[in-house]
Design a protein around this ligand. Structure first.
Ligand SMILES: NC(=O)c1ccc[n+]([C@@H]2O[C@H](COP(=O)([O-])OP(=O)(O)OC[C@H]3O[C@@H](n4cnc5c(N)ncnc54)[C@H](O)[C@@H]3O)[C@@H](O)[C@H]2O)c1
Length: 323
């Protein structure tokens, strides 16, 4: 997490955040924002619940300090977070409203409408929804240009990615400002469109669906599936995404593997047209100096040795953890 200097370094970005819904995600995001130097107000369903949530936030930060994950100063930063009586007073002087209420459309409707009615006109209104279409949620606010998805992952204090999801009516300047804000507080924003599951959950749940299918088909136990995933392609993922990994493996190899998979598992597994086309063009990945990415000879050599350096470092790091 950033050291609280963000406010000094980035004038013009949000300084005062209101977090609506102080549960798993709301509290984690409150911790992120508070430690980055924002003034933070949290509010839950009732004043009592908001006060209790404030107690949990302080406990949570203290736990992180005791575990050596945060400096002592984090405790004071968390103590500056306030609990509001209701949404109206929570958002009244905010420039960023962060909605983290339960994933139920009728709750989001009421909460977002209240935020929209009471927040200052210039405030950004963001939702942490993990699955509801942003265009549907945009219907609940009048100032659609200032509304967008800001999808943090659990636990938000430590997970770098945040999906920034504009609706069709979000002002591009607000998207840029949201991204700049997230970068300033030490996150890695990625702007994605509002399809089902956005990007991360669509891919994460494809993996989960197939993990379950492997167990149902009797290939392995859940424990064995976990062990294989973590120590095979999961081992690569901190450093490379699926396209870079495919480039390094060889796209012709990928297409051939998909032929075998589709023969055994059905037409859903056939190599997509986009993969067939790229292979037909001879763009086979690093070995051809072009695939989803392009490489010079020097870049390819540097990439491969850097890959090995990273994997060796990760192997050493993992040795320090119980497997
Ligand atoms: N849990 C995750 O891993 C995760 C990850 C990413 C995104 N999300 C999304 O974040 C949002 C919150 O999820 P969560 O897991 O933190 O849920 P949660 O149930 O832990 O927290 C929701 C909080 O909202 C409060 N609440 C209910 N009605 C309210 C109201 N009218 N006004 C204010 N607060 C109200 C609840 O009391 C609760 O404290 C959801 O949209 C969810 O899809 C969750």
């Amino acid at each position: 997490m950033s050291g609280g200097l963000y406010r000094l370094e980035k004038p013009g970005l949000p300084q005062r955040a209101a977090i609506i819904g102080a549960g798993t995600m709301g509290l984690g995001v409150a911790e992120c924002f508070a430690l980055a130097g924002l003034e933070v107000v949290i509010v839950d369903e009732t004043p009592g619940a908001s006060q209790q949530a404030l107690g949990r936030l302080n406990q949570r930060v203290r736990g992180h300090v005791e575990a050596g994950l945060l400096p002592e100063a984090a405790i004071a930063a968390a103590h500056r977070v306030r609990a509001a009586e209701d949404i109206k007073s929570a958002v009244a002087s905010s420039d960023l409203v962060f909605e983290a209420a339960p994933e139920r459309i009728e709750i989001k409707r009421d909460v977002l409408a209240a935020c929209d009615a009471h927040a200052p006109a210039a405030a950004i209104i963001a939702t942490n929804t993990s699955s509801l279409p942003i265009d549907d949620l945009a219907a609940f606010v009048e100032r659609k240009g200032r509304f967008l998805g800001m999808h943090f992952f659990n636990p938000p204090e430590w997970t770098p990615a945040v999906e920034v999801i504009p609706s069709v009516q979000t002002d591009p300047e607000i998207v840029a400002r949201a991204r700049e804000f997230l970068l300033a507080i030490g996150k890695k924003p990625a702007t994605v469109a509002s399809g089902p599951g956005f990007v991360a959950n669509r891919i994460q749940f494809a993996l989960f669906r197939e993990a379950l299918a492997c167990v149902e088909d009797g290939l392995a136990t859940p424990q064995e599936v976990d062990a294989v995933v973590r120590s095979s392609f999961g081992f690569r993922l901190p450093f490379y995404g699926p396209f870079q990994i495919a480039d390094m493996a060889g796209l012709d190899v990928y297409a051939s593997i998909m032929d075998v998979l589709s023969e055994g598992l059905g037409a859903d597994w056939e190599a997509p047209e986009s993969l067939r086309d790229i292979v037909a063009e001879g763009r086979l990945g690093t070995k051809a100096l072009a695939g989803f990415y392009e490489y010079s000879e020097d870049e390819r050599a540097a990439l491969l040795i850097e890959r090995d350096r990273r994997y060796a470092a990760l192997s050493r790091l993992l040795d320090g953890f119980p497997q």
